[in-house]
Design a protein around this ligand. Structure first.
Ligand SMILES: NC(=O)c1ccc[n+]([C@@H]2O[C@H](COP(=O)([O-])OP(=O)(O)OC[C@H]3O[C@@H](n4cnc5c(N)ncnc54)[C@H](O)[C@@H]3O)[C@@H](O)[C@H]2O)c1
Length: 356
């Protein structure tokens, strides 16, 4: 099937894929995309919490082959599930993914993101059909630099906050499996920054906060208005992750293929304040600045994605204005409180992007 994003849709047909974190924001979208491509998707996550509405809205219970609600720290349950599925591909997204929650409870964060990854890697080692293991980490794995330098995959990883360091460890441990296991499974890590899209209701993330403020008609408290962030639609890195899998599936993997950046377009690097203004131009927003916020976050994060562009023919397709428009469109339908309508709109968004 021909399509603008250059994915080989036939490749995905009938592939058995485990997605951990399928009830989360990225995981739910990826589960929907792969079910549209005809893959056999199996999900392993905690039960969706109050903010994680996509699992239900996308009707994933009926789209997936199996959906297991359990803790990734429960080694026996994870092992049993993976052995039963015998996947061709694992995409690991189960993670404590919120920076502030990690500050408040570093132990849970470190345990989930590090030991959870170790559990899955250990289990994966005994899965005879498994060809590719992808671990979704983050742009926050790179050691902070004061210059406005876009990080390359070979740059130093380090962090001085708990979420970042948990992902650094998870990232490096995953890559190391290529060296000391040297089996048929390829272990890759994929790194991207903040993503935006319909249906992200997580706490303390700026776009969900904007949407919440619209939906409850309340004032938005903005932390770090001057921070420059890369803003990117969730489909762009997800497309990249799928391209990595297609690319390495039948290849002998070498070190330069272990890690991949998927950053946004150059002109999508704008400050939090500028983002707020863009939303405000399309739909009036009430906001104020929160001077009490004192958790440390990197103030500038940019990724160099040349490797993905050159080897995978990957690129970003959506402008920041198109992204904001699509988030607002999604939210307007969401507010009508009609599950079928939001499921159909979401399927159409996937088809518009991936199957054009
Ligand atoms: N959303 C972003 O902007 C962004 C940016 C960079 C990296 N990431 C990374 O992408 C991945 C997915 O992010 P997201 O935004 O979808 O996260 P999310 O918080 O929306 O979802 C997290 C998922 O992990 C699962 N999970 C958490 N703890 C678990 C446990 N102990 N056992 C089993 N499952 C558990 C949850 O049930 C959920 O399905 C994460 O690894 C995150 O670090 C996200």
């Amino acid at each position: 099937m021909e399509n603008l994003v250059n994915l080989n849709i036939k490749f995905w047909h009938n592939k058995k894929i485990i997605i951990t974190g399928h009830t989360g924001f990225k995981g739910a979208w990826l589960s929907l995309i792969l079910s549209i491509f005809g893959s056999k998707v199996y999900g392993y996550s905690l039960k969706p919490n109050r903010e994680q509405k996509l699992f239900k809205l996308f009707n994933l219970q009926n789209k997936l082959m199996d959906s297991k609600f359990a803790n990734i720290l429960d080694y026996n349950s994870l092992k049993k599930f993976c052995k039963k599925v015998q996947p061709d591909i694992i995409i690991h997204m189960a993670s404590q993914s919120l920076v502030i929650d990690a500050y408040k409870n570093p132990r849970i964060n470190l345990e989930t993101n590090i030991q959870g990854t170790v559990n899955l890697l250990d289990v994966s080692d005994n899965l005879s059909n498994l060809k590719v293991f992808i671990n979704v980490t983050t742009d926050k794995v790179y050691q902070e630099s004061n210059s406005k330098y876009p990080f390359k995959e070979i740059d130093i990883l380090n962090s001085n906050e708990p979420y970042g360091i948990s992902k650094v460890c998870s990232d490096l441990i995953t890559q190391s499996y290529n060296s000391f296991k040297q089996g048929k499974t390829k272990y890759c890590v994929v790194r991207s920054g903040n993503v935006i899209g319909g249906g992200d209701f997580s706490k303390n993330r700026i776009v969900p906060d904007i949407i919440r403020s619209y939906n409850s008609n309340s004032k938005l408290n903005i932390r770090n208005p001057d921070h420059i962030r890369p803003w990117q639609h969730v489909f762009e890195p997800l497309n990249g992750y799928l391209k990595v899998i297609e690319y390495v599936y039948d290849k002998k993997i070498t070190k330069n293929l272990y890690s991949w950046n998927f950053g946004p377009k150059k002109n999508s690097f704008i400050s939090v304040l500028k983002l707020i203004e863009k939303f405000n131009n399309l739909k009036k927003l009430k906001y104020t600045f929160n001077s009490k916020y004192n958790y440390k976050e990197n103030s500038y994060l940019a990724l160099n994605s040349n490797k993905a562009k050159e080897l995978l023919n990957w690129s970003n397709y959506l402008t920041i204005d198109q992204i904001i428009k699509s988030v607002l469109e999604w939210n307007d339908i969401y507010l009508k409180n009609n599950q079928k309508e939001i499921e159909l709109l979401s399927i159409n968004h996937v088809k518009d992007y991936f199957l054009r």
